[in-house]
Design a binder for this molecule. Structure first.
Ligand SMILES: [Zn+2]
Length: 373
């Protein structure tokens, strides 16, 4: 049987440079369309059952975050259900993944993928639960729906949205965890749905997700640089979401991401917005400290440097929403690698852990909810 590599499927990304036997598989990651960004990969290796393979991705030195490859391990699956980590090394710009497939096919990715089919399954499954409605805020460049899930009857308006950067698939695993937690019927879900009205956009960038992009939509726009002036031509995904937010107001927002380099979960805030208040900053600190108390996977020591006073980038959603609504707006970053404080040798950071963290984020929200306005 011939060894072959394919990425011609939902969220696939790889180019084959050369395959000259199991020890000489050379690949390259494709750039996002109309963009220089690349880092996400997802492909299927076939015809190598029982053979020790060395897969070399040769263009990692020029990727968006070369610091993401040090201490990184690729994820692999032979059933596309459970994903484990494979021995991976990085040297001189080349990422080498070593696998010995048990069967005829093995799927290999940057992180456990979250397909658009799974997204539709999620909307269908959650949409049938009691008190849940789903609607479409608008459409992407390529005509895919920007789905919103609504639930809860309380006065505080909470927006949760993720995957502006489509290669950060842990963001949609987090969304799945949040939606399951909010529809479980347990004490937490009952209390939160009484206190808040939730607006949840599990996938802000369906085109980039389908195309196997890291960071941009179908026309090469980084959606998280569009929130000051979104447009129908460059960023209809943001334009329709921000219009819906203007219609509801926002008391609490969480924008969910993954970080390529840092082996930690952390929250980036909105320091540096022009109208910042002590109340807002106090709530941000309280929220982060509460989450660190509730979750062994979350910490407040390491994260992005805060912007200087007045220097916040208002094209980023968290800054824009904090400025626009005076709200508690947060950017949650999860690792592609693992959590240094609480590592898992087999799985690293994973879909399951992303879902648990989502529930912990909601537990922390309940603790501060009375003070949101
Ligand atoms: Zn991101």
């Amino acid at each position: 049987m011939t060894i072959a590599v394919s990425a011609a499927f939902d969220s696939g990304n790889i180019d084959v440079l050369r395959i000259a036997g199991p020890g000489a598989i050379e690949l390259a990651i494709r750039k996002d369309a109309h963009s220089e960004f690349y880092q996400w990969f997802h492909f299927r290796l076939t015809g190598a059952r029982g053979q020790a393979c060395a897969i070399r991705i040769t263009n990692c030195g020029g990727s968006a975050y070369p610091g993401g490859w040090t201490d990184y391990r690729a994820v692999v699956s032979d059933d596309r259900q459970s994903w484990t980590r494979a021995p991976t090394s990085y040297e001189d710009g080349v990422l080498t993944i070593r696998v010995t497939p048990r069967g005829d096919s093995l799927w290999i990715a940057y992180f456990a993928p979250y397909s658009m089919e799974r997204h539709h399954d999620l909307i269908a499954r959650i949409g049938q639960r009691e008190g849940v409605t789903t609607d479409v805020l608008g459409t992407s460049i390529e005509g895919q729906p920007i789905d919103r899930v609504r639930l809860g009857t309380g006065p505080r308006i909470v927006w949760l949205y993720g995957r502006q950067h489509p290669g950060e698939s842990m963001a949609e695993w987090w969304m799945e965890g949040a939606l399951e937690a909010l529809t479980s019927g347990d004490d937490l879900s009952v209390a939160l749905r009484k206190a808040c009205s939730f607006h949840i956009v599990p996938n802000m960038n369906p085109d980039g997700s389908c195309r196997g992009h890291l960071r941009t939509n179908a026309v090469g726009t980084n959606l998280n640089r569009e929130w000051a002036a979104p447009s129908a031509e460059r960023s209809p995904e943001v334009l329709c979401t921000l219009a819906a937010m203007d219609a509801t107001g926002v008391d609490f927002a969480m924008d969910v991401h993954g970080d390529e380099a840092l082996p930690h979960n952390f929250i980036a805030g909105f320091e540096g917005i022009p109208s910042i208040t002590d109340r807002q900053m106090g709530l941000l600190t309280e929220y982060k400290e509460t989450l660190a108390r509730l979750s062994p996977d979350f910490q407040t020591r390491i994260g992005y440097p805060a912007s200087a006073p007045g220097k916040a980038n208002l094209t980023m959603s968290t800054n824009q929403l904090a400025e626009r609504f005076g709200s508690l707006a947060t950017t949650l970053e999860m690792p592609f690698k693992d959590v240094a404080e609480n590592p898992d040798a087999q799985a690293g950071w994973s879909p399951e852990r992303s879902k648990v963290l989502a529930r912990d984020c909601l537990r922390a929200l309940l603790e501060v909810v009375e003070r949101l306005r």
